[in-house]
Design a protein around this ligand. Structure first.
Ligand SMILES: Cc1cc2nc3c(=O)[nH]c(=O)nc-3n(C[C@H](O)[C@H](O)[C@H](O)COP(=O)(O)O)c2cc1C
Length: 390
């Protein structure tokens, strides 16, 4: 079973991710993992921190001579900012005068709920862990899940569908999304160049006013065979697993599979994807007239592209802070401000890809899993053959 954990504070020494359950013999391409980390750091509207960090996954265990060995993998991502925080956030007691308190909880953050829950008099430790810096660790192991899925012919990408009130009008094809993801300079990762400029204006608007903006990303997985996930038990449904995985990302407040949201207001005749047959097509010769289902029916992948959208609320930290209360005096004050992004939709899309990859890899391993890649691929190819001769 594929399992994973992350640890680390935003301004601590490092993040660490542990991924257990990948078969032995999978080639780990370090350059690919680091490029995924780089992609998460890009996008118009990111804060100053992205200029300090250039993430790289330092693999500590589970990979030898470039291949997984079936043991848990651990990867360490250094926080380059640690040198400026060693005295403020030491592991040992340190000098309390140098600790950086967060004296007033910021609306939209975990600050208040977390301080109440863990019984801290201020919010420093809360934001250290609730911060989306943690998503970098997920991207590192998500990249490894992607490398595994590639061996099965499954690829995953994302693009930005909306920033604030600006959105693309049409569905973007895989090739259009691949072209924008391959760029060396990432603006808003939108596959429509004109809309991307308008998205940029939307970010400029909030930059000027000290506000922030949210948006929507879409993750697309191509090459997924029919049969991942099942309706047999509620917690094995692929749509439920993907929704939980994507929703678990910081700032994601809604998840949509296919055209789920607009489908709720449409008649069935325009929503359900009609079925036809052409022997040479797809995994088993069946074709669809559209993909409103986003590649999942009855909690099972149906062989079409899987399309999952994450809806992000606007960034919570505002340069023009919202009203709050001082933890100590209970007097009204403006919320604390720490350096912040104003728009993170492209980066959240990359983290969304990681969560989709980890989820699909888990389901693929449940269906085809062996201890080695040879065994897993044999199982996978046997199943594909079964589909071909269905
Ligand atoms: C990639 C990424 C980067 C983020 N960067 C920031 C940031 O710089 N400032 C901020 O206030 N929130 C940022 N967020 C969102 C917060 O982490 C998140 O809203 C906050 O922790 C509260 O959690 P919740 O929105 O899930 O309830 C970011 C989210 C993502 C996905």
């Amino acid at each position: 079973m594929l399992r994973y954990f992350t640890t680390g504070e935003s301004h601590g020494e490092a993040l660490v991710a542990v991924l257990s359950g990948l078969p032995a013999g999978l080639k780990i391409d370090q350059a690919f993992v680091d490029r995924e980390l780089w992609r998460r750091q890009q996008g118009y509207g990111r804060g100053g921190r992205m200029k300090i960090e250039r993430d790289s996954a330092h693999i500590l265990s589970g990979v030898r001579h470039g291949l997984t060995i079936g043991s848990p993998i651990s990867a360490l991502l250094e926080n380059k900012d640690w040198k400026n925080w060693q005295e403020s956030l030491p592991v040992e007691e340190g000098d309390p005068a140098k600790h950086k308190r967060v004296g007033s909880p910021r609306p939209g953050h975990a600050d208040l709920a977390g301080a109440l829950k863990y019984n801290f008099p201020e919010a420093r430790y809360i934001l250290e862990r609730a911060s989306a810096r943690e998503s970098a660790a997920r991207v590192a192991i998500g990249a490894m899940a992607k490398l595994f899925l590639r061996e099965l012919g499954i690829d995953i990408l994302s693009h930005v569908v909306a920033v604030g009130e600006v959105s693309i009008a049409a569905e973007m094809s895989w090739d259009q999304i691949a072209a924008v993801c391959g760029r060396e300079e990432i603006l808003l990762n939108c596959a429509d160049a004109q809309v991307e400029q308008r998205m940029r204006d939307e970010v400029d608007k909030v930059l000027k006013t000290g506000d922030s903006v949210g948006g929507v990303f879409e993750v697309v997985a191509r090459g997924v065979p029919p049969g991942l996930g099942t309706y047999a038990q509620w917690d094995e449904r692929l749509d439920g697993l993907l929704a939980g995985a994507v929703m678990s990302l910081q700032a994601v407040k809604a998840v949509e599979i296919g055209t789920g949201i607009s489908s709720a207001a449409s008649p069935g005749s325009t929503v359900h994807d009609e079925i036809s047959y052409k022997a040479s097509s797809g995994f088993a010769g069946f074709q669809r007239g559209g993909n409103h289902a986003g590649g999942i029916e009855g909690g099972i992948s149906n062989g079409e592209e899987i399309r999952v959208r994450g809806y992000l609320k606007p960034i919570s930290t505002l340069r023009r802070p919202l009203q709050s209360v001082d933890f100590a005096s209970r007097e009204p004050v403006k919320a604390a401000y720490e350096r912040s992004d104003v728009c993170v939709v492209p980066a959240a899309g990359v983290a969304g890809e990681a969560m989709v990859a980890l989820t699909l890899a888990r389901c693929a391993l449940e269906k085809f899993g062996g201890d080695s890649m040879g065994e897993t691929l044999r199982n996978f190819r046997g199943y594909c053959q079964q589909l071909k001769t269905y």
